[in-house]
Structure formats: structure tokens, C-alpha cells
Design a binder for this molecule. Structure first.
Ligand SMILES: Nc1ncnc2c1ncn2[C@@H]1O[C@H](COP(=O)(O)OP(=O)(O)O)[C@@H](O)[C@H]1O
Ligand SMILES: [Mg+2]
Length: 245
């Protein structure tokens, strides 16, 4: 291309589309979550009052604002019970970052990551685990999904600590989802909500990885708490009822 006698390189639209498609293909978003977007995130309006679930509405607005304002120097920590849409919203964030801003993003289920590191471990060279870890350390935006918190072993704590520390030092953005321990096992030691469910104890969940780790996460991520019942259960069960009627 030539403007005012100066030759410039113009990137054609199709090359950009190709680049975005490549980013999405390399992001490892699981098939099940490929369609997750802000547009199809339901803020669960009450049928009678029309009032949205405020925590979901706040979570959606925070996620959208995050994409609008990116590049930023902090990430998001989605926390709440199973099935409220934490992974849905976190995936929507990375999809939008790739589609709108061409930001390379990487999705990793935390348990899958641990398994892959273990499988890659080579007792002779002791170096191959970096093959799995390096892209996780280097990703511009990492989504670490389902940070499990049930009695992590020292190895799990060390591995997570290493990833988080290294990303912290490189000032890289990390998005995390974690499920709060609801249910009977916790109920004995925790306060109960009027519904009889245990009050989620975020501090306790994160403390299992150590106090230093917890405060580092708070420094790196904005906490987004999501409160609702299990979406799959509510929607699927309503559909079954509809079919039965
Ligand atoms: N508020 C919501 N709006 C639309 N879909 C939702 C919502 N919450 C959950 N889902 C859908 O229900 C399923 C479970 O949600 P998920 O994000 O995996 O929950 P979590 O990660 O909180 O356990 C997914 O298929 C997701 O797309
Ligand atoms: Mg999830």
C-alpha cells in the first residue's frame, strides 16, 4: 500500500480473522464452553418481580468492564457455589479479549493441569514438566478454572504457588474460578444461612493454600462473588417438567 509516496504494510482483514481464529483454537477452551458469551449469560430475573439476581448482574457488569478496560494489571477471581456460571463468565471474558482485542489467552482446568504436569514428569531429565508449565507461566492472560480446595497436598500447593508467584512477578493477568465449600461437611463448623446452607467461607478456602498465597491472590485479582442456585439444575429440571406436562 502506498500513501503520500510512502509504502506501508497493511494487514488485510482476512489475515486478522485468521489470527483471531488461531488464538481461539490455541486457547484450549473446552468444547462445552465454546459458546459462552456475555450475551447468553442469564442474570436470572425473578419471574414475578422482574428483579435480576444482583450478584450475577454485578458479576456480568464487572466482567464486561474488565474486557472494555483491558489492558489492566489485575485479574478476576470468580467465587461461588457449583453451577452459578463462574466458568461461563470467565470463558466469556477470554473469548471477548481474543475476539475484540486480539489478546492471547489460555484456559486450563486446574486439575487437568496438575495431571498433565505429573504425566510429563521425566525422572531422568527432570525438565519436561516445563513443556507443560511454560505456556501457563507465559500466557498473557491465563484462566485457571476450578481451583480445587480440598486438602491440597504439598506438591499441589507448591505448584500453584510457583505459577501464581511467577505470574505475579511478571505482572501477568490471571483469571481464577473457585467453588466454595457448601454442604454438610462444612456446616458443622460454619454459620448457616436462613436457608440452612452453610455460609461460604472464602478465607478458609483460600487459606488452605497458605496465608501468603491468599494475600497474593487478593493483590492480583478482584474478587467477584456469585450467589445463586445451580443453573443447570434449575433450567434442566424446568425443561423436564415442561415435557412432562
Ligand atoms: N447465569 C447463567 N446464564 C447462562 N448460562 C449459565 C448461567 N449459569 C450457568 N450457566 C450454564 O450452566 C452450565 C454450568 O455453568 P458453569 O459456568 O460451569 O458453572 P460453575 O463454573 O459456576 O460451576 C454451563 O453450561 C453454563 O453455560
Ligand atoms: Mg466451573
Amino acid at each position: 500500500m502506498e500513501t503520500d509516496g510512502v509504502r506501508r504494510v497493511a494487514r488485510c482483514e482476512c489475515a486478522e480473522t485468521q489470527h483471531t481464529e488461531q488464538l481461539i483454537a490455541q486457547s484450549r477452551i473446552p468444547h462445552r464452553y465454546e459458546q459462552c458469551a456475555f450475551e447468553n449469560f442469564d442474570i436470572r430475573k425473578d419471574r414475578l418481580s422482574g428483579q435480576a439476581n444482583l450478584s450475577l448482574q454485578y458479576a456480568l457488569v464487572t466482567a464486561q468492564k474488565f474486557v472494555d478496560e483491558y489492558p489492566l494489571d489485575y485479574g478476576l477471581l470468580f467465587i461461588g457455589p457449583t453451577g452459578v456460571g463462574k466458568t461461563h463468565l470467565a470463558v466469556a471474558v477470554i473469548r471477548e479479549l481474543m475476539l475484540r482485542k486480539n489478546v492471547p489467552c489460555l484456559f486450563y482446568d486446574f486439575r487437568d493441569l496438575l495431571k498433565e504436569i505429573q504425566d510429563s514428569y521425566n525422572p531422568v531429565s527432570q525438565t519436561s514438566e516445563l513443556r507443560v508449565l511454560q505456556p501457563v507461566l507465559d500466557a498473557e492472560v491465563l484462566l485457571l478454572d476450578e481451583l480445587a480446595a480440598l486438602n491440597p497436598s504439598d506438591w499441589v500447593k507448591d505448584t500453584l504457588g510457583y505459577i501464581i508467584n511467577s505470574r505475579y512477578n511478571q505482572k501477568k493477568v490471571t483469571l481464577i474460578t473457585t467453588t466454595l465449600p457448601f454442604g454438610e461437611a462444612m456446616a458443622r463448623e460454619t454459620k448457616l444461612q436462613p436457608s440452612g446452607e452453610a455460609v461460604p467461607d472464602m478465607e478458609k478456602t483460600l487459606n488452605q493454600y497458605g496465608i501468603t498465597f491468599r494475600s497474593r491472590l487478593y493483590e492480583m485479582c478482584k474478587v467477584v462473588e456469585m450467589q445463586s442456585d445451580d443453573y443447570r439444575k434449575a433450567i434442566k429440571q424446568a425443561a423436564w417438567r415442561f415435557h412432562a406436562e
